[in-house]
Design a protein around this ligand. Sequence first.
Ligand SMILES: [Zn+2]
Length: 129
Amino acid sequence: MGRKPSAASPRGFSASRFPADTFPDLQAGNLACVRPSEAGSAAPQQETRRANERLVRAVGHIVEAEKHVPFLCECMDPFCTEPVPMTLKEYEAVRAHPRRFALVPGHPTVAGEQIVSEDPRFQVMEKPE
Ligand SMILES: [Zn+2]
């Protein structure tokens, strides 16, 4: 008991714990997620919109009409995860227009996108045709 040397080697060959192909895979994965050419396109917003649609389906039938639901900000920043507190009715009013998105006030837009409605809680952005 206690006679065995510790498994931790002071010299270590820690590099061998990561096969050579580990890092290329990781990088490929990162590149697939973050394609700069897509920044500013509708792609991030479509992802966020799908998440918000799932949220509506998940809570739409149980949440009170006047209660604020933390929708995800639909700004052009694909990493933005800030909540936009809106009632279901407010969100559905934005959704009723296919080119309108709900943003946290002050969040970035790209050229051509117009803020068509402002509220202390959220602003509505409309994309150009
Ligand atoms: Zn945002």
